[in-house]
Design a protein around this ligand. Sequence first.
Ligand SMILES: Cc1cc2nc3c(=O)[nH]c(=O)nc-3n(C[C@H](O)[C@H](O)[C@H](O)COP(=O)(O)O)c2cc1C
Ligand SMILES: [Mn+2]
Length: 485
Amino acid sequence: MTAHAPLWGRNDNQEGTMAGSAPGVPVVADLGAIIKTLDRRGRLVRVRSEVDPAWQLASIAAHFEGRPQAVLFEKVKGSRYPVFTGLYWSRELLADLFGRPEHALPQHVSQCIRNWQQRPVDPVVVDTGPVLQVTEPGVDLSKLPVPIHAEQDGGPYFDAAVVIARDPETGVRNASIQRFMVIGKDRLAVNIDAGRHLETYLEKAARLGQSLPFTLNVGVGPGLHFSAATPAEAAPIDTDELGIASEFHGQPLQLVRGTTSPVEMVAHAMFALECEMVPGELHDEGPFAEVTGYYATVAPRPLVRVHRIHRRRQPVFQTILSGVEVYNSVGLLGEANVLALLQKQVPGVKDVYFSHGGCGFYHAVVQIAHKRAGWAKQALMAAFAAFPPLKMVTVVDDDVDIRDPADIEWAMATRLDPAKGIMVIDNVFGHGLNPSFPNYLGAKVGFDATRPFPHTPNYDRARVRPTSLDGVDLVIPPTASTRQQ
Ligand SMILES: Cc1cc2nc3c(=O)[nH]c(=O)nc-3n(C[C@H](O)[C@H](O)[C@H](O)COP(=O)(O)O)c2cc1C
Ligand SMILES: [Mn+2]
């Protein structure tokens, strides 16, 4: 396990908190403690007025999207529970959460995944946990503040819940995030993309003539979200990827036994729903405004029966806005995984960034310090293989800032040779939500925007000598834009 102390140390605050956070576990493992700490550090916007979970909540949240602060909606119409959003929409906020510089985040994430791959620390099953403080006498999803986000969304959506399921043949646990539309008091419909482990589990259950039980864990910290979002390339189907959360927490993840099936729940979640899918039972799901900026269309998708709802005494519901927040969760995990694989396979790779213009997971920018001619193209091919949703990969030299779109364009404008440096791969598997990949099939493009190797002085970057402004006597008059601030 990593040696780092989880940020903000242990949550040994014994007083009852608003969210009922748990003593003895790291802050990052407990959303209640995270919210409390964000509040203390000036990183929590509180919305005190009552808001409607249908459209209004998301539209207010959108005003704060990307800021290094999360948002807590204290009063949500029709429900007793607050709603929290925005934990992932700023890398500054996330980096603070993990107590390291922003640029070091992908390295940290890939290190945690590597540690887990080498020496997994399996979750432990404990007798009880905060999530079992209350078991609802019946199931009524309308009591939960499940928001409707975009104008044409087909209904309220659980979009930040972690699914835990067990392989019907091997019993191995899987964690993932899927969107779930509320279609009734105790019914949901789920979108499972092609190739997901949950899809394989459901197919296996069908072959065995069984249903597939799973739990839906709402209100968890980044360790769990990151373990659930770890791509299959890094966490193959025969591994229990929940162990990745143990790495982020610095101690084994705690689970509690299910009460209606052998599938566990997250002990420190805010809510846990015990659910079941019967193979072949479908219901229309969608539309849903997806991370791509387009609506996912309506189609018959697996129907889910909710059998039991457990919760903390004072739970907070968690939701994620389809946008930067997803770029930074799925994207960061993809980025970390591509970085780890490229560094193993391609000498000279220094950094990887999944740009926001590329929806956080369609465009990877790779930084390389060339050691040999032709390695930029090796990096292109390795990146596509490492993360199938990618549609574009751009490779630049190590004097280019991969987080600055203008710098990347500069490299393309001055270093890309369009005759030799553009690689198109047609008829290849891509991401189903990308409209340029109908039925998961389309074309991908790689740009080698590196200088010719060996390097020649005509490609050397002109720079002024770095100087500090300390001690320089300056008069800076306000401009129209600074006056407005
Ligand atoms: C906020 C968020 C929403 C997601 N929604 C879905 C979804 O609706 N369907 C899906 O199949 N994957 C979705 N994903 C991606 C998967 O959770 C992710 O690729 C995961 O690694 C899949 O797990 P698996 O490799 O065990 O199949 C979502 C990810 C995030 C972070
Ligand atoms: Mn998996």
